[in-house]
Design a protein around this ligand. Sequence first.
Ligand code: GUN
Length: 291
Amino acid sequence: MEPLPDVTDPRVIDGRKIAQSIEANVKNEVGRFTEKHGTKPALATILVGEHPPSKLYVKLKHWACKRVGIVSEDHKLPQEAKQEEIIELIETLNRRPEIHGILVQLPLPKHIDEREVMMQIAPEKDVDGFNPLNMGKMLIGREGFVPCTPKGIVRALEEFNINPQGMEVVVVGHSNVVGKPAAIMLLNRNATVKVCHVYTKDLKSHTKEADILIVATGVRGLIKGDMVKEGATVFDVGITWFDEKVYGDVDFDDVLPKVKLISPVPGGVGPMTIAILMEHTLMAARLQIGD
Ligand code: GUN
């Protein structure tokens, strides 16, 4: 991993610190839950294939479970696994009452219909918020299980007392995992939201207007200083692996002089995403057990 960015700089959002405070709260609540119900919240993960970053992310999620006292179960399927096999495993996990959350690590191999697979996760166990029912609820402003990364961004805004109401928010990237849900969640908070993507004609003309800029494209260094408004808050959700190091979508050194706040890569939204997943697993256990 790269050396960490200078989190003593007040402009740099320390995602690890925010994650630690979320996890400390979850740990407390998990302790209380376990004492009251005689059972621990439990998360099952499904990893298909050998994609090295995915293996790392799943490992980090299991470590987080351990830190907060959540039981975790690790299911691994080979790269060639058939869609039916994955769905069968999800159905088994859906039926097991002692499993409260199910997470299928994305991306899945090319021969699998990701949307079809995500639809099989029982909505009450869908800790990643990717099931269409949970996505639909979010769209109408009833946020329950929502995707963890955008929720981490919203939490970070709260942490810094930034109310997005009336602000110009520009989201770059329109994935189902980050871009679209981030746009909806900021719209739910009355921001004026614009979504840019790979077909957007003049990206800079849009990003320059953003009070809050959320970038999730996977294009290393896409956002330069001249594309950012003075005093903007920037969330870098990109991760590109190169030479065993990770890089974000934002050219950090070029953009830093312009911003009010910026989330770095690594040490920004990544740890917050995992902390929110822990929160969601506890929430799922509470819902299912009736806490
Ligand atoms: N792949 C990239 N981000 C995510 C995420 O938040 N959840 C899952 N399951 N897979 C991912």
